[in-house]
Write a protein that binds this ligand. Structure first.
Ligand code: GLA
Length: 431
């Protein structure tokens, strides 16, 4: 074989399954706060000054994030969602913040957020209008990308309303290029697949090359039925979506609604555990100025955050359904495994599942070390394949564990379905 042909063939063989957007960002799932689920499109600052979409809200949130340990726990981005702009662009065609609600403008807000050691996110839309009817970026991708860069914004959530679905790909890719062209590092959060799914199966290779994370499914609501629908959608599409996640690009099941009104504490634990297993961005939408201590403790749980941020960067998935339990597992670095056992039965009391029913339990050959993180921290010690442990899980609650094999023989783990799927990012020059 001539040398050039051989090199081409070799490159084709070692080429990773999908390459991530090469902007050096989101090497781990993004952590922060996003206003939408909790504050929506409340623009009435006369009647509701504390909760309306205004610069005050983000400044207060940034203050609390520093004072109350959120930043220290890893929550970094303070993100604006819809309803921030003026209904009109300025004389030069640029987006401008609503002058009444953002008297200082976005640049000043970004300076403030940066002075706290945090980052600022903003929102726009690939189509003619945002979902709430504010000006969209269609026809203005370069102008808007440059405006956000000039304001020193660090993240763009780019929605997909009011856009012909056949042009979604072009639109999302054009904005990705426009952001890159500004030279500023702006994390790019997309909703491209969500808007494409009703028409055809999205091309996740292209999406991963374009975006740092991407919404696939409906907006999260402050209810258990909403959280369950996200679990169900994710599990039923896991063959398609899980292989596309990895450092630089993640599936986004939407915001954490922990600390609001609609979920019981067990259900909040289930959302937190499964978001960590799914390697999901941890973007809270709640009122950090007024949050119950138990929810705060859960959101700041270092062991769960460590699963979320695990450097191996593989998304977990549902591995078994047994007796109305769902088992979800995520391979972690150092041959560890995170296991979540979710009790989907919503009648009766706590129910037990023998730990040996967990498919990944095979890594305990001959032995493993088990730590339970939820519902309570418990060191379960050294176990074997014959372990008698029965996990007790409340209705709609989750037991979360890490399992560490004590052996040089890790053959069990490598049998996990996606363990060998390689999702890599391009060589990153900015690191
Ligand atoms: C869509 C998005 C939400 C939110 C709203 C704002 O519904 O999916 O996350 O951004 O628009 O209007």
């Amino acid at each position: 074989m001539c040398r050039a042909v051989f090199v081409v063939a070799l490159v084709a063989l070692i080429r990773p399954a999908a390459e991530a957007l090469d902007n050096g960002l989101a090497l781990k799932p993004t952590m922060g706060w996003l206003h939408w689920e909790r504050f929506m499109c409340n623009t009435d600052c006369d009647r509701d000054p504390d909760n309306c979409i205004s610069e005050r809200l983000y400044m207060q949130m940034a203050d609390v994030m520093v004072k109350e340990g959120w930043k220290e726990a890893g929550y970094e981005y303070v993100c604006i969602d819809d309803c921030w702009p003026s209904h009109q662009r300025d004389a030069e065609g640029r987006l401008q913040a609503d002058p009444k609600r953002f008297p200082g403008g976005i640049k000043k807000l970004a300076d403030y957020v940066h002075s706290k050691g945090l980052k600022l996110g903003i929102y726009a839309d690939v189509g003619k209008n945002t979902c709430a009817g504010y000006p969209g970026s269609l026809g203005y991708y370069e102008t808007d990308a440059q405006t956000f860069a000039d304001w020193d914004v660090d993240l763009l959530k780019f929605d997909g309303c009011f856009m012909d679905w056949k042009s979604l790909g072009d639109g999302y890719m054009s904005m990705s290029k426009a952001l890159n062209k500004t030279g500023r590092s702006i994390l790019y959060s997309c909703e491209w697949p969500l808007y494409e799914w009703p028409f055809q199966q999205p091309n996740y290779t292209a999406i991963r090359e374009t975006c740092n994370h991407w919404r696939n499914f409906d907006d999260v609501y402050d209810s258990w039925s909403s959280i369950k629908s996200i679990f169900d959608w994710t599990a039923s599409h896991q063959d398609i979506i899980v292989p596309s996640a990895g450092p630089g690009g993640w599936n986004d099941p939407d915001m954490l609604v922990i600390g609001n009104f609609g979920l019981s504490h067990d259900q909040q634990e289930s959302q937190m555990a499964l978001w960590a297993i799914m390697a999901a961005p941890l973007l809270m939408s709640n009122d950090l100025r007024d949050i119950c201590p138990r929810s705060k403790k859960l959101l700041q749980n270092r062991l769960i955050i460590a699963i979320s941020q695990d450097p191996l960067g593989k998304q977990g998935y549902r591995t078994a359904k047994v007796d109305s339990f769902e088992v979800w597992e995520r391979p972690l670095s150092k041959n560890q495994l995170a296991v979540a056992v979710l009790n989907r039965q919503e009648i009766g009391g706590p129910r037990g599942l023998a730990i040996r029913a967990v498919p990944g339990w095979k890594i305990c050959d001959p032995q493993c070390n088990v730590t339970q993180i939820l519902p309570q921290y418990k060191e379960m010690g050294v176990q074997t394949q014959q372990s008698k442990i029965v996990l007790s899980v409340n209705p709609s609650g989750t037991a979360l564990l890490t399992v560490t094999p004590i052996s040089k023989d890790f053959k069990g783990l490598s049998k996990l379905h996606w363990e060998n799927t390689s999702v890599k990012r391009k060589h990153n020059t900015s690191l």
